[in-house]
Design a protein around this ligand. Structure first.
Ligand SMILES: [Zn+2]
Length: 644
């Protein structure tokens, strides 16, 4: 499954001297290109003062925060509000508890909970549990946790099954109002009545049961309830309008007999279960939902939704449909995810290469980054197809100025600075976030022995190389004088460098230090200061080679899997500042992750994933849930730039 041998990362440029506290990589502009051009003003010609010194290069500052409520102020959700303004807005998020939620669902969560919150209303978390065989307790728990983690608090957690008695009563009422009948037609017969089946495209027609007496349908419906029939021998169908051009009006089923009928919550009480089409609108109505927001797949179902509500004279919610969020470059279907797990390509449902929300959480993606991503995409009626790199970019932008920075080496080699005394010890003050003093600072120890990353050393120097090589001065970030490699030792079996000897380039006459061409990150070998902090670092790469794994020419998406999507560095090291940022998590506070004492609508117990930092020049990392008292495991959340 995973490669356990450390491999060297691709060549990485060293930090330039003026940027020693900065990640080397420059961020992509956050503004979309069109917008940037619009903002470009014609340059005014100003006479330059002669021989003025060049102004210092502008450094990148934190961008102004985006309006986190933008998605409710414009577009689809603003139209919905204008169409129906209510003093008390009530919405619902109605997942089926038959799988784990994925990134696409975060849009539904943000819309339903967010719309209610924005308008001072409330939102229900309602489990649509009308399919007893597919439901599992673990899904109920996982869905609730994820909603809270994203920062939302349902006004109540309800279940469609809470209303089974009431739904049953309404089904009888519907029959009495001549709005439903018990039908004994087979699946093929019903298909034919709807104009399909053999000789497709013929006229639609009603079945013989449609006009049976109301009393007969009532007694047959009770017989269904009492177990007189087996599955498929009878169903309750709504008496809609078979000639209506909308297939959602062709006498849909309201109740069906379920063979595997043990329900997680109602036990063996029911042999018949209501369908989605019957349940959804009625439960919306029971809960006084004002705005029933769903994806455009349900657009056609709106007519039957309204039909049933009208037929029963119920409180009428307004159903409106928005475009769903699709993701390319991965798979989200439960069946495919199960295959990946069963075949051992990933660790489980929460494996960081996946895009279930529990996987994104474990990978360290901040909940606020997910909400900000959804908000920036906006809401329209169109389906949004998003490439993974766009999501990645949203995560990067969100974390760039909101998490602390630390030095880390993934694949360490020891450097012994021979001319420092054995007991040499000093400390340097290092800011956690150079752009924001409120992050505070910490002390990093420096001693005779330090570790650097294998990728920062070359056995032979060359003029275009600026990091560590024999005879070349190189800076260690924050250390006042450069070091120069004098010799190195190798493991005769592996051929890998094990130790580098160096001298400390401190001028004996006390003159100013020479400025090296590059600075590299390092971690002190200073056991008295508990340095380094040792860790297993897991680097995740895309799980699929292509943008559309499901369209693999072989017909099997598994052939598109990258077998080395998880790369492990078993001997990674982080500087001691890690211990402080671990104590001070969450980084950043947002969504449902809060500092103790912060007033928040919904907050989760902080998990290891809330300990996030930028490893300078490497990537963003978080603590993995496999971390124990004896072993620290770190996950790469995202590289510093695309393709890194
Ligand atoms: Zn029939």
């Amino acid at each position: 499954m995973a490669s356990t041998e450390p491999t060297t990362l691709p060549e990485r440029p060293a930090a330039k001297p003026e940027e020693t506290n900065e990640p080397r990589e420059r961020k992509e502009p956050t503004q979309p290109r069109e917008k940037k051009q619009k903002e470009k003003k014609p340059k005014e010609k100003k006479p330059k003062p002669p021989k003025a010194p060049a102004p210092p290069k502008p450094k990148k500052e934190p961008p102004p925060p985006n309006d986190p409520e933008q998605m409710f102020k414009v577009g689809f959700l603003s139209d919905v509000w204008n169409e129906r303004q209510e003093e008390k807005v009530v919405t619902r998020f109605p997942p089926e508890p038959s799988g784990h939620l994925h990134l696409g669902h975060s849009k539904a969560i943000a819309i339903n909970f967010g719309f209610a919150k924005y308008h001072g209303g409330v939102c229900y978390l309602r489990y649509d549990d009308t399919n007893p065989s597919a439901e599992k307790q673990e899904y109920f728990e996982s869905i609730k946790d994820i909603v809270t983690w994203l920062g939302f608090k349902p006004v109540a957690i309800t279940h469609s099954s809470d209303y089974f008695d009431r739904l049953y009563e309404l089904a009888e009422e519907l029959i009495r109002r001549d709005g439903a009948y018990v039908c004994h037609c087979s699946k093929a017969e019903i298909e034919a009545q709807r104009g399909g089946g053999e000789g497709k495209g013929h006229e639609r027609y009603a079945c013989a049961h449609r006009n049976r007496p109301i009393e007969e349908s009532i007694s047959e419906f009770r017989a269904m309830r009492d177990g007189k029939y087996q599955a498929k021998e009878a169903s309750l169908r709504m008496k809609q309008d078979i000639q209506n051009p909308n297939p959602q009006m062709w006498d849909l089923a309201a109740y069906r007999i379920v063979e595997d009928n043990h329900h997680f919550r109602t036990g063996d009480k029911w042999k018949i279960y209501p369908t989605y089409d019957f349940t959804h609108c009625l439960v919306d109505s029971f809960e006084n939902v004002t705005h029933s927001l769903c994806t455009t797949e349900f657009e056609m179902a709106r007519e039957s939704y309204d039909w049933l509500i009208n037929k029963l004279d119920m409180f009428k919610p307004m159903q409106r449909e928005y475009g769903r969020l699709n993701l390319s470059g991965t798979v989200l279907s439960k069946r495919k995810l199960n295959k990946l797990i069963d075949k051992g390509y990933v660790r489980g449902w929460d494996s960081p290469q996946l895009f279930t929300l529990i996987a994104l959480r474990r990978r360290g993606v901040p909940p606020g980054a997910i909400l900000s991503f959804v908000n920036e995409l906006g809401v329209t009626k169109n389906t949004t197809n998003i490439a993974l790199n766009r999501f990645d970019q949203a995560i990067r932008s969100y974390m760039e100025f909101s998490v602390p920075r630390l030095m880390m080496v993934l694949d360490p080699i020891m450097v012994i600075i021979d001319d420092l005394p054995d007991d040499h010890f000093e400390t340097f003050e290092q800011p956690f976030q150079p752009k924001d003093p409120s992050f505070g600072t910490h002390q990093i120890p420096f001693s005779k022995r330090v570790y650097i990353d294998r990728s920062d050393f070359r056995e032979e120097d060359s003029p275009d190389y600026f990091r560590m090589a024999p005879g070349k001065p190189v800076g260690l970030m924050k250390v006042p004088y450069p070091i120069i490699a004098t010799s190195f030792e190798k493991d005769p079996e592996t051929g890998l460098v094990t130790k580098v000897h160096a001298s400390y380039d401190k001028p004996a006459d006390g003159s100013a230090p020479k400025k090296p061409k590059a600075f590299i990150q390092w971690v002190a070998d200073c056991p008295a200061q508990n340095s380094p902090v040792k860790a297993e670092a897991r680097i995740f790469h895309p799980l699929f080679h292509s943008e559309n794994p499901s369209a693999h020419p072989s017909g099997d998406f598994l052939n598109d899997v990258n077998p080395n999507s998880e790369q492990i560095f078993p001997n990674a090291m982080v500087e001691v500042g890690f211990n402080e940022i671990r104590r001070r998590a969450p980084w950043p506070a947002g969504g449902g992750e809060h500092n103790p004492g912060d007033k928040a609508e919904a907050s989760v117990e902080l998990g290891p994933e809330s300990v996030r930092f930028q490893a300078m020049r490497i990537a963003y990392f978080t603590m993995d849930s496999d971390t124990t008292d004896d072993k620290l495991v770190l996950n790469r959340i995202i590289g510093l730039k695309e393709g890194a």
